[in-house]
Write a protein of this length. Structure first.
Length: 403
């Protein structure tokens, strides 16, 4: 059975009618969205005008008997109604959409570059909204790229700042070492000049004394005096040579030695001095050997200088702690006293030659300088941890011998 066009009660047509209406409405809305804004506004105004004219015509026919005052009211009402409807159409088609564009621009100006305008048409306002969205998207990408560049530049600047600071510290250390080396070189030159100036007259005296001894009979009374003079000249020459040797760099360590044994031996040698000064000593060494390549004599003298310096800092007695530790492939020796610490005015120059905190005649100021020189010759470092009023800690760091 086929449905005729006039048969509105056909079930298939009734069921399909809502879908057909939705499809036509959607297609019409898509087609209308592509119209220019001027065309859409004109169509809306024309539809409003047709509706209003039809309504007025129907009302005018209904009250045809009262053509006078009623006609004027109908015309005024029609004009008002048309105005209101046209305003509503303009608000829906133009004002509301432009307000969204303006709000999006305000949000973007406040820093929200992720703000976007909802595009509800392909007319002039839709094109403006799409263009604004493209601009905001480009600005957002540009802002992200700038942030990345700024972050990378900041990180590079921080790294360069750290490198520059490290370079400045290294330069300061090198400058300090160069100045210290210059002072030691000047000291060595002075000692060499002194040895030369004293050594030449001593050689002449020794030569003349030897000639006198050879020309004097062996049974003469003056022969013993001449030999005594010769012996004293030899001693003075030895003292001059020792002063000259002390200004030279220490020999490179070449002997394998146990630092723990050296520390205990030095502390044992210094025990009478410690007892006279009223100083209690505590020696802490590891159970296993702590071996290194060293010159034992020079290293013992350096340790003895440090212990003597700590004892002199405790005029009224105190406690002295000598602690040896093995840290990875390094040997760390701490010499801690409970004296008054190092005065701030000499702290920066405490390892320089001739710098001392002792009274005149009680110290030459060469002990710490020689200790630093010996430790450096062994490939190590020495530093001071000063605690004013509570004492000081000298820390020696030396490389351990390879197995």
């Amino acid at each position: 059975m086929r449905c005729r066009p006039s048969d509105f009660s056909c079930p298939a047509l009734v069921r399909a009618l809502p879908a057909i209406i939705r499809g036509l409405t959607l297609r019409a809305s898509l087609v209308v969205s592509t119209f220019p804004l001027r065309v859409k506004f004109s169509l809306v105004v024309a539809a409003i005008g047709a509706i209003v004219i039809s309504a007025l015509w129907w009302l005018n026919a209904a009250v045809a008997a009262r053509e006078g005052e009623a006609t004027l009211w109908f015309v005024l009402s029609g004009v008002l109604l048309v105005t209101l409807l046209v305003d509503q159409a303009a608000r829906l088609l133009v004002y509301r959409r432009l307000a969204h564009v303006r709000q999006t621009m305000q949000r973007a100006a406040a820093g929200q570059l992720n703000a976007r305008v909802s595009i509800d048409g392909l007319d002039e306002v839709g094109v403006i909204a799409r263009g604004l969205n493209d601009i905001l998207q480009g600005l957002e990408r540009l802002n992200a790229a700038v942030d990345m560049r700024v972050e990378a530049a900041s990180e590079e600047f921080r790294q360069k700042s750290v490198e520059i600071a490290d370079s400045h510290r290294e330069m300061a250390v090198l400058s300090e070492e160069l100045a210290r080396a210059g002072r030691l070189a000047a000291l060595g030159q002075a000692a060499a000049n002194m040895a030369h100036q004293i050594g030449t007259p001593l050689n002449l005296i020794s030569t003349h004394v030897q000639l006198l001894i050879q020309s004097t009979p062996t049974n003469a009374d003056s022969i013993d005096r001449l030999k005594a003079i010769q012996d004293q000249v030899v001693k003075v020459s030895a003292i001059v040579r020792a002063a000259l040797d002390s200004s030279r760099p220490p020999a490179i360590p070449h002997e394998r030695a146990d630092l723990g044994t050296l520390v205990r031996r030095v502390c044992q040698m210094a025990r009478p001095m410690l007892e006279d000064a009223g100083v209690q000593i505590e020696v802490l060494t590891p159970g296993q050997p702590a071996e290194l390549q060293a010159d034992p004599v020079q290293l013992e003298l350096a340790l003895l200088n440090l212990i003597t310096n700590s004892v002199d800092a405790m005029a009224s007695g105190g406690n002295l702690t000598v602690c040896l530790r093995c840290v990875n492939d390094r040997l760390r020796l701490d010499i801690e006293d409970t004296g008054g610490g190092i005065p701030p005015e000499v702290l920066a120059r405490i390892f320089d030659p001739w710098v001392t905190t002792k009274a005149h005649g009680r110290g030459s100021g060469l002990g710490l300088s020689i200790a630093r020189q010996v430790v450096a010759a062994h490939g190590g470092t020495i530093r001071l941890d000063n605690r004013p009023g509570k004492g000081a800690v000298f820390t020696i760091d030396l490389p351990a011998a390879k197995p």
